[in-house]
Design a protein around this ligand. Structure first.
Ligand code: SIN
Length: 308
């Protein structure tokens, strides 16, 4: 009998499986398909201070073993999330949820987090400083250690809930950004957000995405994500949530071996809406296959190799 439980910033999870923000809405659509309480938790759609329609379409493009999105943070705004989405979620999900927060200024990040701080249903605040699809915010905060530190400091000041900064892979040294967040009081980091990419339509000679560029996710990015999770886990002492191209129980175990305390699953939900349920079900047998009775000694277990 294996133990799939993990602890994320002091909060216990039945298992490390977390559908990633932007691929699971506010939970309602998936709750119609299966009992979402079998998940560790999930991270809801990136929420901003004001409602947003997102970017003009087309905002999805296909790619080999992946996809590009340029959604542009479409969401109903923090007040509607608090007054409508969270009460609706309480009817179908009985665990602490992860709130994903986006912003266009340090003050906006802090204000959204301040409002979410009063919500008992919210366990963690995942502060997204890495959205590549908006022009005056998002990734701009996650590609400069000083800006990442400023957001972390401002958010830290308004909440006692665990805060995880969601990091961008579109940097030279992701460990520098992770360390800057840790130094300002982050309880954890999550990574990677999408890799900036582009596709052209050969007939129109224009980008397929109306926004020009978008973020690449899906199995194509898994080895890049794994490398960055491993680098960051070796650079900071706070928990790391790994994500990027995860689509099987074995991928989850590999992410955790690289140092992830929990694992988010994103693009795969859009290919198979049951993928997270199926991975939760497959996890015990996968653990047994590799002789893992619990995750304690498995997380970051590459250290023995590194010391040889
Ligand atoms: C989006 O809404 O554009 C995606 C969010 C993200 O990549 O951070």
């Amino acid at each position: 009998m294996v133990n799939t439980g993990v602890t994320l910033c002091g909060i216990p999870l039945d298992n490390p499986i977390i559908p990633a923000s932007g691929t699971f809405g506010y939970g309602q659509e998936f709750a119609k398909l299966y009992d979402i309480n079998l998940l560790g938790t999930f991270s809801f759609k990136g929420t901003t201070l004001h409602p947003r329609y997102g970017n003009p379409t087309p905002r999805i493009a296909e790619s080999a073993s992946g996809m590009l999105n340029s959604v542009g943070l479409q969401n109903p705004g923090v007040d509607k999330v608090i007054s409508e989405e969270l009460p609706a979620l309480a009817k179908v999900f009985h665990k602490p949820v992860m709130a994903n927060v986006s912003g266009f200024s340090v003050e906006e990040y802090a204000e959204v987090c301040r409002r979410f701080d009063a919500c008992d249903q919210i366990g963690w605040l995942e502060v997204n400083i890495s959205c590549p699809n908006v022009h005056d915010g998002g990734m701009a905060f996650g590609t400069d250690p000083h800006a990442a530190a400023a957001v972390t400091r401002a958010v830290r000041a308004v909440t006692k809930k665990p805060i995880l900064l969601k990091l961008s892979p579109n940097v030279t040294d992701i460990t520098e950004i992770a360390r800057a967040c840790e130094a300002e009081g982050a309880d954890g980091v999550s990574l990677i957000n999408t890799l900036m990419g582009m596709r052209f339509d050969l007939r129109s000679r224009r980008p397929i995405l109306r926004n020009g560029t978008g973020g690449l996710s899906g199995p194509a990015v898994f080895p890049v994500a794994l490398r960055m999770v491993w680098q960051v886990a070796n650079a900071v002492s706070i928990p790391v949530v790994g994500m990027g191209g995860v689509s099987s129980a074995d991928d989850v175990l590999e992410m955790m071996l690289a140092g992830a305390s929990a694992v988010e699953i994103g693009a795969s939900n859009l290919v198979n809406p049951y993928i997270c349920r199926d991975i939760v079900a497959a996890l015990p047998a996968a653990m047994e296959r590799y002789g893992i009775s619990s995750f304690e000694s498995w997380i970051g277990g590459t250290k023995a190799w590194q010391e040889t």
